[in-house]
Design a protein around this ligand. Structure first.
Ligand SMILES: Nc1ncnc2c1ncn2[C@@H]1O[C@H](COP(=O)(O)OP(=O)(O)O)[C@@H](O)[C@H]1O
Ligand SMILES: [Mg+2]
Length: 134
């Protein structure tokens, strides 16, 4: 493993591929099973795409986490974009400003063990997700 943490600047489609690749490598090295690796990569892909689509650019930071005898991964997506107008509705899959299904955030929440959104109009958005190895 590198050093159990990493960072990707998200500015282009290619960077989204980078976030997927880093997430996959980290999850493989920590020993997640293939189903959970797919869940993690899908969630990361969606959150990176949201940063790219709605904020233009931002950052993904990941690190390995441990809690007692558990180990897992956390991913933090940060941007200085417009913020999410109605985060509660967005988490319920009831809010979308794109022609997407508006199910990205709600889907992501189901794939991961924990998700937190901090968002401020005109300031930006931070989305944190966690997955524990089973
Ligand atoms: N990083 C972000 N910055 C600003 N708005 C966002 C961000 N991520 C999501 N949103 C807003 O939340 C809505 C719901 O996002 P999501 O659940 O991924 O569905 P979709 O991307 O299909 O619309 C988006 O349409 C957008 O308005
Ligand atoms: Mg989306």
């Amino acid at each position: 493993m590198s050093d159990g943490s990493g960072r990707v600047e998200i500015r282009s489609e290619t960077d989204i591929l980078q976030t997927r690749q880093q997430a996959r490598n980290a999850a493989e090295q920590i020993g997640f099973d293939t189903t959970d690796i797919t869940r993690i990569v899908t969630a990361v892909s969606e959150l990176a795409r949201n940063v790219h689509l709605y904020a233009g650019e931002g950052t993904m930071k990941w690190r390995q986490i441990t809690d007692n005898d558990q180990t897992g991964l956390t991913f933090i997506f940060e941007d200085n974009g417009p913020g999410i107008e109605d985060p509660d509705a967005a988490l319920n899959g009831e809010f979308s400003t794109s022609d997407g299904l508006g199910r990205g955030l709600s889907g992501t929440q189901t794939l991961m063990d924990a998700m937190e959104i901090e968002t401020e109009q005109g300031e930006g958005t931070t989305v944190m997700v966690k997955k524990w190895r089973s």
